[in-house]
Structures are given as structure tokens and as C-alpha cells.
Design a protein. Sequence first.
Length: 486
Amino acid sequence: MNFISTRNAAEAVSSAEAILTGLSSDGGLFVPTAFPSINVLDYLPLSYEALAAKVLALFLTDYDASFLATATQTAYAPERFSQKAGYTKKVADGLYALELWHGPTCAFKDYALQLMPHLLVQAKQMLHKTDITKILVATSGDTGKAALAGYADIKGVHVTVFYPEAGTSELQRLQMVTQQGENVDVYAVKGNFDDAQTGVKKVFTNSDLAREFKCKGETLSSANSMNWGRLVPQIVYYIYSYCALVNSGEIAIGEKVDFCVPTGNFGDILAGYYAKQMGLPIGKLICASNKNNVLTDFIRTGHYDARREFYKTTSPSMDILVSSNLERLLYHLSGDTAAVSNWMRELNETGHYTVSAAVLQALQESFACDYATDAEVNEEIKHQYEAHHYLCDTHTAVAFLAAARTKRQARACVVVSTANPYKFPIAVLSALGASVNGDDFAALQALEKLTGLSAPSSLSALSSLPVRFTKSIAPQEIAAAALCQI
Ligand SMILES: *Cc1c(COP(=O)(O)O)cnc(C)c1O
């Protein structure tokens, strides 16, 4: 299968090229030229690893099937995932949580970033590239750690992560600065997430710097969700979760299920849309947002308007006003690269654009939406705990609420649960009505005591791990840090 840019259908690349280059040279994102179709019956008996290899093979046709089988077995092995990958828990009748946070960094990004290093290294081999791949990541928390954990000690790759000095939770910061591995670097940036992100983007677009990296035998690459290699592993858990509901007798085969997804950059929910296009019986994909509800407005009206106040919320991984992967959906709904280019140019120049009535109708056929404020999130965490004895994090609570509010027909609904509640212990503890004294670790222990559920050891152990990275730099120093000149 080949991949084209959302902004230019003329040039097609292989999946290895799409994964290695990340973004198309015209600024567009790579999309598959067709959707392979699946028969759910064939997938019912498969383990997560086997199902993943089968789905990947449909898109990554230039990769060897035995390579994909080994890669998925390694990425989703029990020593990395404390609970079986794709675990779907029944919360109440007709309501389920697809818990994607049992991996090494306790957030759903592990599903993509544990596998992607294998895909990247293999792509380099297939394309005869021998230079060092230098991965630069600007992060507000979860992506940085997941990328560090995924790429640590992978040969031929070096990862440098930049996080805003006061912009992450204490646990998220410690997860990053205690990372092991010979090929990783972590810097605090004096500024907010935008300062870090802008600094990293400048490095990517500076041709003088590109030459300097080249002289060092390095080629830049990114690990964010605009890369196709991050998207394709996420299709897998929608199919696996559906099969698990059939296998446990919760639904009949062919019965439609809704998925509700806490959304930021639109990568996770887009993977759900791909599963639906491949023939998985999905009713609606419910796009759940926090107070940064630009997507809620867009799905309701067809007008995307980023000209609005940016809010810092208790679900920080969804604090985003420009959702990059929406561009891919616009291409699939319109099939029109010229229209997509125009919308993206308008967004860049004016901060907003409006899609056609036909695109809006197609959008609303597949997607529903709603949003929740921080106060509503607190109530929802408390409600899920009291009504169903289910402990969820702030991001997942946004989705539980959106699922309840858009409760359509009598269809079963799977809430995609994206982070371990212990990753945000202060917010979760105070939502349950307990008083919060002290730091994240004190809150974590208090939460364990209150609920009787133990925190993952990878989080509670952070307080005693040695801190390896202590440098704090100005945004102007990001290029020098990336070149290891600091
Ligand atoms: C990244 C993230 C999200 C948002 O996912 P997108 O693919 O960017 O929409 C939601 N919840 C958590 C916990 C995350 O880390």
C-alpha cells in the first residue's frame, strides 16, 4: 500500500518512507490511499500481538510479516504491559473502559511508542540509511516520557526531549529526568509548552542547522502523532476491544458499538475512524474535549476557529487548540487535496476556516461530540467511583461525561481510558473530596489508602530514582542543545 500527502495526491511513498520522513515536504500528512477491509470473524481468536501483526500487515505492505510478528511480540510483551494489552473492563451495563494505561509510562501513548522504534529501525534498513536518527520532542508531559521509554538504547537513534520548566506535573517531570539509557537527553525549557514547541520547530525548518546535523552524520526526525508510524498501532486496540466484547458475550457479532475518546491532537480518535472505515461495526465515535472545546464547536458547525482563549485544565494532554491530525480526517471526508491545502492555509493565516456542507454532513455521520469543564470532571470522577467503584483519571473522566451526555440509542459504549489515575493523583484525590496536603507522592499514597487500589510501582518508585538530567535552558538554546553543544 502507498501513502500520499493530504495536500498533494501526485506523489506516493511506501510506508517505510512515510514512517522515516514523518511529514510530507509540502507540509501535509501522509494518508493511506485506500482502507483495507476486515472480517471480524478472522480476528476473534487472535492474541493482541497476533492481531496487531495482522492489522499492521494490511497497511505496512513493504514490511516482512515475520518481522511484524516479532516486533509486536516484543512491544506488547507482559514484562512491558502489566495488564494484557487491549484490556477492556466492564464498568456498568453497556459501558466499558478500554484501559490503555498498563504500559511502561502509564499512558496510552505507549501503544504507539513501544512499537514505533522497531518500525523506524527496520525502515532505515530497508531504505539503506545508515546515519543516526536524531529525534527531537517538545512535550507537555506524556509524549516525552513515552518516546524516551520507547527509544532508550535503540541503536542508531538519539532522543532529546524538551519540556516546559513549570508546565508538567511533578510525576511527569520525574518520569523524564530519571530516564535510563545512553542515547537520551532531557532539558527543561524556561518558558511554556509553546516556547518549547516553537524552539523545536525552528530547528526542524532551519537549513543551516540541517547541514550541521548532516556533517555530524545525523538526520532529524520527530516522534509526534503526525507520523503515520504512531497512528497505525492505535487502530489495533479498537478491533481487539470489539473482539473482546464479542468473545465475552457482551455483544453479538456485527452489533454496533460506540467509542468515546478523550481528544487532543485527534490521533487516537482518528485511529478509531480508520477501524470503522475498515469495517469494524462502530456506531459513533464520540469526540470528548475539555474546556479547550474547539473540536466540539467544529463538529457541531463545520467552522474551525482557533481564535479563542487557551485554558490550562486538569486534563493537560488535551489542552490544544490546533489538532494536527484533523487534517487527515478532512482529506478522507472530502477526498480533495486542494480543498485541504486551502483550509490549512486559511487556518495558518487567519486562525479559522469553514468546511463545505457535504463535508460537515459526512463528519456528523461518524462523529458525535461534547466537552466538560474541570468542575464537571471532578464530579464525574466522584460519580464513577461512587456509582461503579471505578477510579479514572481526569482525561478519561472527560470521556465518561461526553459518553453520558451524547448517549444516543441503546448501543454499548466503550470509553477509551488514556491515563492511569495515579498519574494525576492530586486532581483525582481532590475530586474524591479528600483533602490534599503535600506533593504528588503524598497524594498518591493518600489515594492508595482511600481506594485500596495500589499505584503502579513505576510511579511510586520515582521518588527514590536518581535524577540524571538537571539542565534548564532558554528557548533560544534549544538548537545548541540538540547539537549537543551545551
Ligand atoms: C495524548 C493524550 C490524549 C490525547 O490524545 P490525541 O491522540 O492527541 O487526541 C488524551 N489523554 C492522554 C492521557 C494523553 O496522554
